[in-house]
Structures are given as C-alpha cells and as structure tokens.
Design a protein around this ligand. Structure first.
Ligand code: ADP
Ligand code: MG
Length: 614
C-alpha cells in the first residue's frame, strides 16, 4: 500500500464538501453516474479507434447496489477503468484550471455553490458530501493489475494493489450516519430518473423485497430509460425530460433558457439537441474553456473536447450533435476537416441564432436577461461570422440616445428619418455620459438616434460591423453630417482669423480647428478624422501594449454660435484668445470623458480667469 498527499486545492475542496455544502446532496449520484457514463463512452471509442481493442467483448452498463447492513452504496461500471497513474492524477489533483477560480468564487451560499460543483471537474469529490469513506476499485482496460484507491477525506489517500475481474470501476461509499436515505431503492431510483434518465447506457439497481416469513427476493431492475434522448421523436419527449437531460449533461441546477431539438433527415442525417443556459459557466472568458458540446456518431460518443463543433462565440451552448453518415472509426483530427460535419455545424449555427431571434421577438424580457449574460460573447461573432451575419447582427442590443429601453438594429432602422443614410453610434466608458456628450448634440437636434456603446469590447468589435442591411454604420465622433461643408462655408470665412490663430496656438495637440455643425449648446468638442482610430480605440491599443504608437491628434470643432466665440469675433482680442485656447481644449476633453494631462496647469488658468472676472 502507498500513501499519497492530496493537492492542496483538493483538500480545500473536500473540506468544503464536508462542511459547507449542505443542500442538494443528492447530486453526488449524478456526478458518479456521469463519470461512469464517460468511462463507458471512452471505452466505446477505444474499441472503434484502436485495433488492439477491436475484439473486446463487454456489456456496457452501470450497476448500483445498496447494502443496508454495511451502510454502503456501490456504483460499478464496465468502462475504461483507471491505472495507478490515472488514480493519482484524476483522484488526487484537480487538473482543470477553472477549478482554482471555482474555489475563489464560492459565495458561501450553499445552494449556489453546490450548483457550481461539476462545472469544474470536482464531480467525483461530491461523494464526500454523503460518505465518510470512499473506495475506488478499478482496472484499466488492457491491463492486468487492479488497484484500490481509498480516502477518508483529510489530506491523504491510499492506493493498494487489488484483484478485480474485468475492466471497469466500482466505487463504494461508506455513508455517513444521517445519509442512510441513499440506501433506499425508491430514493435512488427517483434521483436517477431526475438526473440520469437519458444517459445512453442502462443503469441497474438491485432491489431487495421482503417476502413472507423472513424470505427475501432479490431482483435487478433497470432504473433509467437509457434512450439517448436526442434520438427520440420530439412528440415522444416531455418538456421536463428535455430539462432533466440538460441538467444531466451540464451539471447545471437551473433550467435552460431555451432548447432546440433537430432531427434532420435530408441529404445529411443527424440529430442535434442544443441548450442555452441561464447563467454563465465560470470559464466563459478563459481561453481553456470547456466545450459544452458532445459529439456522437451513430450514438457512439466520440468527443466532448472539440471546440470547432460550434464557433467560439457560441461557446455557452450546451448539447449533443449526433451524426449518422460518418464512419465510426473517423479520427478526432480528421473530424476537423470533415465536410459533413462542417455542414452540420453551419446548419446548427443558423438554428441556434434563429432560435435566439425567435426568443427576442417572443419574450424580450427573457432575451434581455440572456443578453446581459452572453451578449458580450455573442459580439465576438461580429469579427468572424459571415454566413449568418445579419442574423447575428439582429441579436445585438444597444442603448440609445432616444430610447430608454434597449433597442436592436431592426428597430433603429425602422425609426430612421427618410433622409438618414447612416446608422450612428458613439463609444465610450459610460452610456449616461455619452448621452450628454457634446458630440451628439447636433444629432439629437435633428432627431437622429445615436447608439450608445459602453461595453469594453465595443471598441474592437463595433467598428467591424461596417454595415447592417447595406446601411453603413458610422461613429458619431468621426462622422460628418452631410450638410457639413456647405453649411459651414460662410462661417468658416467669417471666423478665418480665429481658426488660424487657434490652430497655431494648439498645433501640438490638434490636427485642425474647424467650425462645427454638431454642437448646439457646448462651445467645443474633439473629433477624429474618419480613418483615424478614435479616443476609445487609442486607449484600447495602449492597454494592449501598443504604447509606442505616434499620438493621433484630434480635430477641435468650435460652436460659432456660442457666446464665447461671438464675443471673440467681436473683440478680435487675440491675446485673450491665446490664453483661452488651452482651457477650451481641456474643457472639450473633460466633457467627452477624457483625462487632461496637465491638471495643475488647467487649474492655474481657470483660477486666473476667475480672478479676471471678479
Ligand atoms: P470530470 O468528470 O469533470 O473530469 P470528476 O471529478 O468527476 O471530473 O472526475 C475526475 C476524473 O476521474 C475523470 O475525468 C476521470 O478521468 C476519472 N474518473 C472518475 N470516475 C471514473 C470512472 N468511473 N471510471 C474511469 N475514470 C473515472
Ligand atoms: Mg465528472
């Protein structure tokens, strides 16, 4: 026998299992059955992909036995089993990177926390919620030596050599005193029905019935349907069965927002069953996120680790893809370039996006809550989704200068005045500030709606939209309103001297000084040339480490009707103007939410102006 230390995180986790997570203990069984099912899936795949295992004869199943005297519950599978090394790696450490953040993110709210279990590969350890001691007897397919792993939680576990007939794993739980309810046949049966009814393997449980005068009868009953739900006809499936199946594959305790089941029988035959979760998995924004899609070929599990099955911007989708017309022995690598699979993928993306659009039109409140959780991920698709571009764009929601409610592009388009040729947006830190920005005064006065974008990712993704249904999307702080040139010609001549003087005074900071058509109340604003990256974009590039970019100078626009400028024009006092120029520039920056570099200088100049006015 050898003694081993648990990785620190495991000890922490076990401690948590035992002391903090009281509610919903029954999910331990879901986790163990899910592992047994995975082990059968893996062996199935090995048999079709590896010649050495081609002739392996076994009965894929899961068996549960309750021993009321010994107070043990055992769960056995005829799956792939584990070697000694596997035991150390799988049941002594937490390999998955998301788990650390799991432990950090525990809220102390038992219900919430226990629903997180399983998302992070901590499933097995859930056994310690109900057991004081756990034994894992296992033999790996193709090997001759079996091993027993044993732990009573704490910091250590033991591994010893054992005897076992055939490959697979038997897990024995020594139940805690007050958890003996899990020895009851009907209790176990109802848990299995709830969480594991539609895993694709049969689960049997030993049923002991008292007959007359101390005689007992023992029978073995199958307690799940093992039907591979996604292959049944829609009419045969109840809504609850869809939801329960979701919980069994996602480890989520909440119902999904929606599900979509497709049985395609045309040129390509396949079944797909997709779910949209209510809340985000913890690894949603990690590069090493876990794919939520299981791929089957003719009901045989192939992989749950192929991130190419759906585009990354749909990585929150959970479900199953089962394809008929693929050879079973197709390797995972070849799958990536498979034509049939890429057609299934394409159809799936379209289906999922369409379902979301339906939801948006049918139940906007629910859609909004979906969008608040996954909208950001969805936006990533703007960069790469070309087949279903308009469909994807239709799913985006925006804050707006005119509407208090979020709106979509369809609605924006419908409300456009007839002579408006572009969709306008403005990007910044905070929608409320954007709404009051001098930059959109002119738009508001003309009754033109401006989309207000204040999500961090907007700077990168939104300019990539380019156009929506052939209407160009243009940033409000670079857009020229159409009448620009002609409208300002007379004023530009009138103000020629002032403009030249200001440009000279501010030549280090601005590219040009112009008469504005967009300003109605404020005296000044800063805009960027149509092709220059705007302020928000520059901030973004800086954060990405592009600090050596030459600074891109904005254009200062002035409001010729503002009292400041009418007075300057009247007095022609260019000395006063030179003193004012840097203040005007800084004020423009402040009103657009930018930082001013020399705040002491700014304060000095304003103080002088105050003194002068007294
Ligand atoms: P996950 O299932 O998310 O990987 P678990 O904590 O549930 O995380 O299980 C950890 C690992 O232990 C599994 O990935 C698997 O490699 C191994 N394992 C657990 N149960 C079994 C089993 N019945 N048969 C074979 N391997 C198992
Ligand atoms: Mg598991």
């Amino acid at each position: 026998m050898s003694k081993h230390e648990f990785q620190t995180e495991v000890t922490q986790l076990l401690d948590l299992m035992i002391h903090s997570l009281y509610s919903n203990k029954e999910i331990f069984l879901r986790e163990l059955i899910s592992n047994a099912s995975d082990a059968l899936d893996k062996l199935n795949y090995l048999c079709i992909s590896d010649d050495n295992f081609k002739n392996l004869n076994y009965d894929p199943k899961i068996e549960i036995v309750a021993d009321k005297e010994a107070k043990t519950l055992t769960i056995s599978d005829s799956g792939i089993g584990m070697s000694k090394e596997d035991l150390v790696k799988n049941l002594g450490t937490i390999a998955k990177s998301g788990t650390k953040s799991f432990v950090e993110n525990l809220s102390g709210d038992a219900k919430k926390d226990s629903s997180l279990i399983g998302q992070f590969g901590v499933g097995f350890y859930a056994a310690f919620m109900v057991a004081s001691k756990v034994e894992v007897l296992t033999k790996k397919a193709g090997e001759s030596q079996a091993h027993t792993w044993m732990s009573e939680a704490g910091a250590q576990y033991d591994i010893s050599e054992s005897d076992k007939e055939g490959h697979g794993t038997t897990i024995t739980l020594y139940l805690k005193e007050d958890e003996v309810e899990f020895l009851e046949f009907f209790r176990i049966q109802s848990i299995v029905e709830k969480y594991s009814n539609h895993i694709p393997f049969p689960i049997f449980m030993e049923k002991v019935e008292e007959k007359e005068e101390g005689k007992t009868e023992v029978s073995n009953e199958q307690i799940n349907k093992a039907s591979a739900l996604w292959r049944l006809n829609k009419s045969e499936i109840k809504e609850d069965e869809y939801k329960d199946f979701y919980k069994s594959i996602s480890h989520d305790s909440e119902d999904p927002i929606l599900y979509s089941h497709t049985k395609a029988e045309g040129t390509i035959e396949y079944n797909t069953l997709f779910y949209i979760p209510k809340s985000a998995p913890m690894d949603l924004f990690r590069v090493d996120y876990q794919s939520g899609i299981k791929l089957y070929v003719k009901r045989v599990f192939i992989t749950d680790d192929d991130k190419e099955l759906l585009p990354t911007y749909l990585r929150f989708v959970r479900g199953v893809i089962d394809v008929e017309d693929l050879p079973l022995n197709v390797s995972r690598e070849i799958l990536q370039q498979n034509v049939i699979l890429s057609k299934v993928k394409k159809a799936s993306v379209k289906k999922i996006l369409s379902e979301l659009k339906k939801l948006k039109n049918k139940d906007f409140e629910t859609y909004k809550s979906f969008y608040s959780v996954f909208g950001r991920v969805l936006k990533e698709g703007i960069m790469g989704e070309f087949d279903n571009r308009d469909l994807l764009l239709d799913l985006l929601l925006f804050k707006s200068s005119k509407n208090d409610e979020l709106i979509d592009l369809e609605q924006y388009k419908a409300q456009m005045p007839e002579d408006q040729k572009e969709i306008y947006y403005i990007i910044g830190e905070n929608a409320q500030m954007l709404k009051n920005s001098p930059l959109i005064e002119g738009f508001s006065e003309k009754g033109i709606e401006v989309l207000l974008l204040d999500d961090e990712v907007d700077t990168i993704v939104i300019p990539n939209i380019g156009q929506y249904k052939e209407i160009p999307m243009t940033a409000a702080n670079s857009a020229k309103l159409e009448s620009d040139e002609t409208d300002t010609k007379a004023l530009s001549e009138q103000y020629a001297e002032v403009l030249v003087k200001l440009k000279e005074d501010l030549k280090d900071d601005v590219k040009d000084v112009k008469i504005s058509t967009r300003l109605k109340k404020s005296p000044t604003c800063l805009v960027y040339d149509k092709d220059d990256p705007d302020f928000a974009m520059q901030q973004m590039l800086k954060q990405m480490g592009q600090s050596d970019l030459p600074p891109i100078k904005p254009i200062l626009e002035i409001n010729a009707e503002h009292e400041i400028f009418t007075k300057i024009l009247e007095k022609k006092d260019f000395v006063a103007l030179s003193n004012l120029a840097p203040v005007l520039l800084d004020l423009a920056k402040l009103s657009e939410g930018m930082k001013i570099e020399d705040s002491t200088g700014f304060a000095d100049r304003v103080n002088k102006l105050i003194v002068g006015s007294l």
